[in-house]
Design a protein around this ligand. Structure first.
Ligand code: FUB
Length: 430
């Protein structure tokens, strides 16, 4: 594993709009939107991934939980799976996501709902919340209060609305109302509670790079008292964040464009968030180092299998070489080059498996395309390790494998001179 700065916290793929929650198993979960690479604005965003951690620094990709192809009522052309959130109530996880129902995307937004009995797998779409939506109605956030009453917030284009949810978590009690007292609201509403005070955070309209502001109230639906800016520009035109507490420390989850340099290829970051004694939020210091470990480092997965580069088949210009005593596949920068691992074991039951690639790369950002049993998982990022003989890089994704040892994993040329020395596969047991 490479020692690297912890921000961005997720580098294998591009992720944005993080909504963070600690669930009953004690882990921190991030529900993020997924910037598809190469981007076309935010049009092609799709296939939500969830990430979880028990120590805030080792993040497990839980895999894809929902894509536009799973949404029967959705926009025929797909894409536009924007900033989501998840809520838990009475044994069910509710995943809320904004998605247009028509080709005229900006006038047909709906708030879709998918449910599961588990936080990061098994979600099934249940349709959308009736009576909401239309122009710029994006970025749903759901807050479940200590009394188990739930509230939905959403909004874009300058208007933030909210309302209490019915017990079914699929409809609004009465009607949504505009939130009063927010200054310069743009989008990205998020609500949390601390010491009996409700906080509503949001992105403002600063041109070129939105900031995050907040307001407080003693009621979940306001009226709100504006309290100030707590995240200065990140360098990315959009800003979207969430606030959550883990093991006594508060954190801000947000995104920037540090890894790609492109505004629609964003990456999630995490930094500490601190309060003043009067409950106001201090300006969050954006760091490259990220946050400190909070708890024990995870043990390697017991079923992890290691596949050496020498076990793979290289073609199209890719070759297996011995570099600095390490066997590796090189030449993956050639247009048709690929490296295939045959007979990969998906475990007895198949299902989700973490695929991790150990690599060396000299360029700032190399990429490879991952295909599993013919399914294209798109481009996976490989940030520089400082040299093509420095095999400290680790990248990968959680994918679906078939049961048994007939799986075929292919890494094809994406961009850059990246060398692979081994791949590990850890079935997640489902
Ligand atoms: O990620 C797509 C959109 O960009 C989100 O819905 C907004 O909050 C902004 O981050």
């Amino acid at each position: 594993m490479s020692m690297r700065n912890m921000n961005p916290a997720i580098t294998s793929i591009y992720t944005a709009d993080p909504s963070a929650h600690v669930w009953e198993d004690g882990r921190m979960y991030i529900y993020a939107s997924h910037d598809t690479d190469p981007a076309r604005g935010c049009d092609l965003m799709d296939r939500y991934h969830v990430f979880s951690s028990g120590d805030m620094v080792s993040w497990r990709d839980e895999g894809e939980i929902l894509g536009s192809a799973d949404v029967k009522w959705g926009r025929p052309e797909g894409g536009f799976m924007w900033a989501p959130d998840c809520a838990y109530k009475n044994g069910t996880y509710y995943f809320y996501y904004p998605h247009p129902s028509g080709s005229d995307w900006n006038h047909t937004w709906k708030i879709g709902v998918a449910t599961s009995t588990e936080p990061a797998r098994g979600f099934t779409d249940q349709g959308y919340i009736e009576g909401l939506g239309g122009f710029s109605m994006i970025d749903p956030a759901v807050f479940v209060d200590e009394d188990n009453r739930a509230y939905m917030y959403y909004g874009g284009g300058g208007t933030c609305e909210a309302g209490e949810m019915n017990g079914d978590m699929m409809s609004i009690r009465g009607s949504m109302q505009e939130m009063e007292g927010l200054e310069d609201f743009h989008e990205a509403a998020w609500v949390f509670k601390r010491n009996g005070v409700y906080y509503l955070t949001y992105a403002d309209n600063l041109e070129g790079s939105n900031r995050m502001r907040y307001a407080t109230s003693d009621q979940p639906l306001g009226p709100w008292t504006y309290r100030g800016i707590f995240l200065e520009p990140t360098g990315c035109p959009t800003t979207h964040g969430s606030v959550a507490e883990f093991k006594g420390q508060w954190y801000l989850f947000y995104h920037n464009q540090e890894l790609s340099g492109e505004e629609t290829l964003r990456s999630i970051c995490i930094d500490e968030l601190h309060f003043n004694p009067d409950g106001s939020i201090r300006t969050v210091v954006q760091t490259r180092e990220g946050v400190k470990p909070a708890g024990e480092a995870p043990q390697p997965h017991p079923e992890m299998k290691v596949y050496a580069a020498a076990d793979s088949e290289a073609s199209g210009g890719a070759v297996i070489i011995a570099a600095e005593g390490v066997s590796a596949v090189a030449g993956l920068e050639a247009a048709d080059a690929c490296c295939q691992f045959h007979e990969v074991d998906g475990g007895v039951r198949g299902g989700r498996a973490e695929i991790r690639l150990q690599y060396a790369a000299a360029e700032p950002l190399s990429k490879l395309r991952l295909t599993v049993n013919g399914r294209d998982y798109s481009l996976v990022n490989a940030p520089s390790t400082g040299g093509t003989a420095v095999f400290t890089g680790c990248t990968g994704l959680t994918v679906k494998l078939e049961p048994g040892s007939g799986n075929l994993i292919t890494w094809t040329a994406g961009r850059g001179d990246i060398r692979i020395c081994r791949m590990t596969v850890s079935p997640l047991g489902d």
